[in-house]
Design a protein around this ligand. Structure first.
Ligand code: FE
Ligand code: FE
Ligand code: FE
Length: 168
């Protein structure tokens, strides 16, 4: 991990942008694995849909960088690396199909909450710094992440957890 030095709020904003840019790119690689491991067709199509959204979020971040007239570059997001690594335990683990689906949702919601926290902070920083276009774009992604989290909760509560509890 790097030590951050002499950071202004603007520097912190840009640093956090680079962090989430790297995190989203990691997710573009990870989401197909979650989709493939899903037994529920609804869960699988949910992951596939969020993969497409996530690709759009990467492009939206590139628009944010452009609006700030800085190069789109990532810095390694250690937190997302860790969350994806934990999710990997689910992929490799020995589970009943329905229990694995419940575990995939748990892992995915940890990711969404990290993103919601990050985009919420970034939108507030953008507002404070007067980056109007960046704020608008960041709030668009924030709403997508919140909707994804809600959808995962609904899927868990309406079918997956019940089936996981019943067993095969
Ligand atoms: Fe995202
Ligand atoms: Fe991070
Ligand atoms: Fe997301």
């Amino acid at each position: 991990m790097k030590t951050l030095k002499a950071m202004t709020l603007e520097d912190l904003f840009v640093h956090e942008l680079k962090d989430i840019y790297h995190a989203e790119k990691q997710l573009v690689k990870a989401l197909p694995k979650l989709a493939k491991a899903s037994s529920s067709a609804d869960l699988r199509s949910g992951f596939e849909q969020h993969l497409e959204e996530t690709k759009g979020q990467v492009e939206r971040l590139e628009q944010v960088f452009r609006s700030l007239e800085i190069a789109a570059r990532g810095v390694k997001c250690e937190a997302m690396e860790g969350l994806i690594e934990e999710g990997g335990e689910v992929l490799d683990g020995d589970f009943d199909d329905n229990v694995r689906d419940a575990a995939l949702i748990a892992a995915a919601q940890k990711v969404e909450h990290y993103e919601i926290a990050t985009y919420g902070t970034l939108a507030c920083f953008a507002k404070q710094l007067g980056h109007v276009e960046a704020e608008r774009l960041l709030r668009e992604t924030l709403e997508e992440e919140k909707a994804t989290d809600l959808k995962l909760s609904q899927l868990a509560e309406s079918e997956i957890n019940l089936e996981a509890a019943l067993g095969d």
